[in-house]
Every structure is written in structure tokens, then in C-alpha cells.
Design a protein around this ligand. Structure first.
Ligand code: PLP
Length: 385
């Protein structure tokens, strides 16, 4: 009797999963299906690229496989994926949002969805009272991100999802910073796991994309509907790039996370650095939760330096191997000064409440040699002496 094949590991899934739509050709990589429309009645059921394309399906297959879930739907960007989920809300619905969400998610809720009558309440989901808030306010949805940007707060996803489930409330987790290789929100009880595939999944800073993964068939239908009805679909070429990118995700992430952990330890002992935030370090406020739900510490490190806004900006600009740029997750290291970049438009009292100070710097650690990264940071920080 033949033994059933063991379930493949994530690195094998990332390379091999995703169907080929060019059977009979021997092609190792799928072609790019640059077509807007399809002949009616084709056996795969494609009709028009806004509502599906072979390159979408190939990418959706591999994303669902690494997330260990039933369904993935791809979108043109992470923000499109957020919009797709929010389009499932109704006028008057209340969404309980983690107070340290990605800035564009905040902007969408406050400046766009609010116009359609969707209400938001900002909650610190690391506070023990968060479960009671869910029970008391009976929201239509809970929206989380963990680790958060840029403070790397780690939310106990299992505990919050259990509280939401008791109140019959769906939970969205933005898993962009961790990826499915580090944590799988659906296994921790989330209804929807959202990722900007622009970041680690693609990993080469050359394409935009987003995806929503779920085991819930009705939410999957809503995502498929949003992809075509709202025109949130990606391009076949970007899907092809992201399909190529995800093949090296396990390899890239391994190097990036090893570099990030080493950099965090180095910076923690640096005289010009006041504090370091990295989820698996013992000085992280939610290290116990991070160890429980994240298989690794990720590849983002946030630090605080004792510097004015201009000095912190100058440190970022003095780096050779870290490009000062928004975004994260690529093979190249990037540095972000939230006070002048991602959070420049946030009111100063809000920044103060969240802990986003002028001396806060976020590092997206790449695949370079770690000794070059350490030397580079040391030379840039030395100007503060
Ligand atoms: N979610 C998080 C946590 C992000 O950091 C980003 C982008 O930086 C997004 C969503 C939006 O993704 P995109 O830029 O692909 O629209």
C-alpha cells in the first residue's frame, strides 16, 4: 500500500504551488496572460480579466497554500485589498480598529468609508480591557494589525479573536509585517488575513499587490465580487512578478530576519540609541505573546534615538546601504523616519499618544551582509556624538 505523501513544507509550497495554465508546453514558469478578455465558454471559465485571469489564479493558489487556507483573492495593492473588505460593510456599521494601524488604513476609514456612514472606534488591543470593549460595543468588525507600524506592538491574536468569536464578530488581521511564514492569523481565529504583497511576498520593490485569505466561503464570495465589481484587480504582469518573488520568500526572509535580530541586539547596546523594539527580544513589552504566535521575530526593527527631528532625518540621510524610502520588505534595506514621512500628516497630539516621536526610526532590514549594515548604522549614528 502506498503511503500518503506528507504535506509539503512552506518553502516547497512557495516554489511549487500555483497551477500551471500552460500544460503540455513543459514551461517551468507560467507565461504572462496579457489579455483583457477570453473566448466565451472556455473550459477554465475565464471571461474578462477584471474578474479573473490565469496569472491571478496561479498567485491565488500559492498564497492560499502558504497561508494553509481554502481561498485567496488577489488585488491591485494592499489598499485595494483593504477597500475590498470594507466594501462588505454597511452604513451605520461600527469597526473597532487597533489604534496603531497603517496610516493609509486610517485615512481610508476616516476620510472615505466615514462618508458612507461606517463608524470607527480606535482601541489599544494590547490592553486587557479590549475583550470587554468588543462585548460592550457589538461592532460589525474588528480590524487588527500585528506587529503594528511603526511601533511593532504585538497583539494577542488568539485572545482577541476568541473574544470576537464569542460576540459573533469577524476579525481582519493585516499580516503584511509578519507574512504567513511567521504567523498564520486564520489558525489563530481570524476571519480574514490581509497582506500587501507589495512588501515581503514580492520582495523586490518592483510590483504592487494585495491579497485576502480566508476559510469562510461567504467572505470569499464577497472578495471575488469586490475584485470585479469595484475594479480592484491587479495586472497579470504584477501577479507574474509576485508569483516569481514568492518562490524566494522563505530564503529571503531567513536572511532578513537573522540580520534584523543581529542589528536589534547591536543597536540595543549602542550609546546613541535610547531604545530598540523587536518582537522576540526580551525587552519587547509583548515578548511573551510574540514568542507564542510568531515563529520568528520578523525583519523590521524600530529604534528611538535621542535626537531632534532634523538630526534624526540627517542620520537617515547619512546611510549608504539603507535607502531612505517608504515601503518595506524588499531585499534592499530601507529606512523610514515616520515623523517626516509616513506619519507627517498625523496630528502631533496623536503622534505623541501613539509614541511616534521625532527620534523614532524604522528599519526594514534587507539581505545585505549584516556587518556592512552594522558599520553603516554606526557611521551614521556617530554624527550624534
Ligand atoms: N498594510 C500595511 C501594514 C502596510 O504597511 C501597507 C503599505 O505600506 C499596506 C497595508 C498597503 O499596501 P500597498 O502599498 O500595497 O497598497
Amino acid at each position: 500500500m502506498q503511503r500518503p505523501a506528507p504535506a509539503p513544507a512552506d518553502s516547497t509550497r512557495a516554489i511549487h504551488h500555483g497551477e500551471s495554465f500552460a500544460e503540455g508546453t513543459g514551461t517551468v514558469m507560467p507565461p504572462i496572460y496579457a489579455t483583457s478578455t477570453f473566448a466565451h465558454g472556455n473550459p477554465e471559465g475565464f471571461d474578462y480579466t477584471r474578474s479573473g485571469n490565469p496569472n491571478f489564479r496561479i498567485l491565488e493558489g500559492v498564497l492560499a497554500s502558504v497561508e494553509h487556507c481554502e481561498h485567496a483573492t488577489v488585488f491591485g495593492s494592499g489598499v485595494s485589498a483593504i477597500t475590498a473588505i470594507a466594501s462588505g460593510l454597511r452604513q451605520g456599521d461600527l469597526v473597532l480598529c487597533e489604534e496603531n494601524l497603517y496610516g493609509c488604513t486610517v485615512r481610508l476609514f476616516e476620510q472615505v468609508f466615514a462618508k458612507f456612514g461606517v463608524r470607527t472606534q480606535w482601541v489599544d488591543f494590547t490592553a486587557p480591557s479590549a475583550a470587554e470593549t468588543i462585548a460592550a460595543s457589538q461592532p460589525a468588525m474588528v480590524w487588527l494589525e500585528s506587529p503594528t507600524n511603526p511601533l511593532l506592538k504585538v497583539i494577542d491574536l488568539e485572545a482577541v479573536c476568541a473574544a470576537a468569536k464569542a460576540a459573533d464578530v469577524p476579525v481582519v488581521v493585516d499580516n503584511t509585517f509578519a507574512t504567513a511564514l511567521v504567523q498564520r492569523p486564520l489558525e489563530l481565529g481570524a476571519t480574514l488575513s490581509l497582506t500587501s504583497t507589495t512588501k515581503y511576498i514580492n520582495g523586490h520593490s518592483d510590483a504592487l499587490g494585495g491579497a485576502v485569505c480566508t476559510d469562510d466561503p461567504s467572505w470569499y464570495q464577497k472578495m471575488v465580487f469586490a475584485q470585479k465589481a469595484l475594479g480592484l484587480q491587479p495586472s497579470p504582469f504584477d501577479c507574474w512578478l509576485i508569483t516569481r518573488g514568492i518562490k524566494t520568500l522563505p530564503l529571503r526572509l531567513k536572511q532578513q530576519m537573522a540580520n534584523a535580530a543581529a542589528l536589534a541586539d547591536h543597536l540595543a547596546n549602542h550609546p546613541q540609541v535610547s531604545w530598540v523594539r523587536y518582537p522576540h527580544r526580551s525587552d519587547h513589552p509583548q515578548q511573551d505573546v510574540a514568542l507564542k504566535q510568531m515563529r520568528h521575530g520578523g525583519a523590521i526593527v524600530t529604534i528611538g534615538i535621542n535626537a531632534s527631528r532634523d538630526q534624526a532625518y540627517a542620520v537617515c540621510k547619512a546611510l549608504r546601504w539603507f535607502t531612505m524610502a517608504e515601503s518595506l520588505g524588499g531585499v534592499e534595506s530601507l529606512i523610514c523616519h515616520p515623523a517626516t514621512m509616513t506619519h507627517a500628516a498625523v496630528a502631533s497630539e496623536v503622534k505623541q499618544k501613539l509614541g511616534i516621536s521625532d527620534g523614532l526610526i524604522r528599519l526594514s532590514v534587507g539581505c545585505e551582509d549584516v556587518s556592512d549594515l552594522i558599520d553603516d548604522l554606526d557611521q551614521a549614528l556617530s554624527q550624534l556624538q
